[in-house]
Unconditional design. Structure first.
Length: 394
């Protein structure tokens, strides 16, 4: 008989077998749990990003969002030349908050807060779980892109912070409102309050875009030209801005009023007012309505040359050293209002580590979605918006 001292202790072999039998499944289960825990925020954000993009198509009012129009006091910026004023603001408050508040800045459009695309976007953001405050920027509703617009963005940012308690908020900016939103994130006194900016169809350099309006082309950083032709809307904004130069003191008021009707897509009223001008002025204005700006290029170019201070004060490309926030840039590949060259060049100019993502896509026109997006564009846009929501989550 074997010496009992040489035998293993009772159950040792059984315990070892049991331990080995359970070790692999437990380790696998633990790995799955840890992986799921790590992946859940990404999956959750991806689902919300998809819901956000789908909601853009039909973001109507509902019981899940509290909307309120308020008066927003706009103090003068330190060192600024514009006085204190006030404007409208609109709240879009979700029942269930998932992240930090977001200031929504509209583009150059006379409807301002009442512009349907803006309302759809605001509701889609709120339904994704983010409180939204949209200020009406009077400069932009008046077809003016001026540094004083930053005062309204600053006031909206402070108002949103006071209501949500966020140390920093995000900004979504549309078209020229997108470029101004990036500029706000570069400006001392405002930038400290901003966590991230999403600019959709925004400009980097106002002078660069203005010369594109005049048919002088737009170029990527590689010097490759953008193939699109400028939309006459942009050149008309320039013409509206210098109506006194084009039509003289006696007829500039009537001509400016007619151009304003044209910009508001009130063509019959525009032509009616144009008909009250002297024949030479009437023909000149009708040529502008037809998209023929060649005759006026010298006058419009002179206007640009005299507005360099405005271009300097409204162009984020010229102040990127002041950035502290994460910047996301989204642009339509065929955008002929603000060309996609602006996003591509601004993405190269943003300091390292501050560019969250940049996407030029066929899924976006200028400030709205395309009708029949390509599958690849959908996937890339979904990934882009998932990264934006990651920045928006507290």
């Amino acid at each position: 008989m074997a010496d009992s001292r040489l035998l293993p202790p009772p159950f040792t072999a059984t315990r070892g077998t049991a331990t080995r039998r359970w070790k692999a499944p437990v380790a696998l289960l633990l790995a799955v749990v840890l992986l799921a825990k790590a992946a859940f925020p990404w999956l959750d954000r991806t689902a919300r990003a998809k819901g956000f993009l789908l909601a853009l198509a039909n973001a109507e009012p509902g019981d899940d969002i509290a909307e309120e129009v308020v008066t927003l006091a706009v103090p003068a910026l330190p060192g600024g030349t514009s006085p204190s004023t006030q404007t409208r603001g609109r709240w879009f408050l979700p029942k269930h908050v998932r992240g930090r508040g977001i200031v929504l800045v509209h583009g150059v459009h006379y409807l301002g807060l009442d512009e349907p695309r803006l309302l759809h976007l605001a509701r889609a953001i709120a339904r994704a779980g983010y409180p939204v405050f949209a200020p009406e920027v009077k400069e932009l509703t008046g077809y003016r892109i001026e540094p004083s617009a930053l005062a309204t963005i600053a006031a909206a940012t402070a108002t949103l912070q006071a209501r949500t308690g966020d140390e920093q908020v995000g900004i979504f900016g549309i078209s020229f409102g997108g470029g101004l939103s990036v500029l706000a994130a570069e400006t001392p006194g405002i930038r400290e309050k901003i966590s991230f900016v999403l600019a959709v169809g925004g400009h980097g350099d106002l002078d660069r875009v203005s010369h594109f309006f005049l048919g002088e082309g737009a170029f990527f950083s590689s010097n490759a030209p953008f193939q699109g032709h400028p939309h006459e809307y942009g050149a008309m904004v320039l013409a509206y801005r210098c109506a006194d130069r084009l039509f003289g003191p006696d007829e500039s008021k009537t001509a400016a009023s007619a151009m304003l009707h044209w910009l508001r897509e009130e063509q019959s009223e525009a032509h009616r007012e144009a008909a009250t001008l002297k024949p030479e002025s009437r023909d000149r204005l009708e040529a502008l309505f037809a998209g023929n700006f060649a005759r006026e290029k010298g006058t419009l170019s002179a206007e640009l040359a005299g507005a360099d201070a405005i271009a300097w004060g409204t162009s984020p490309s010229r102040h990127v050293e002041g950035l502290r926030a994460t910047i996301f840039l989204l642009h339509g590949a065929g955008d002929n209002v603000v060309p996609p060259t602006e996003t591509e060049r601004l993405a190269h100019e943003i300091p390292q580590g501050l560019l969250g993502d940049a996407l030029v896509t066929g899924l976006v026109r200028h400030a709205e979605m395309a009708d029949e997006p390509d599958l690849g564009d959908r996937v890339r846009l979904l990934a882009f918006m998932t990264r934006v929501l990651a920045a928006a989550d507290r």
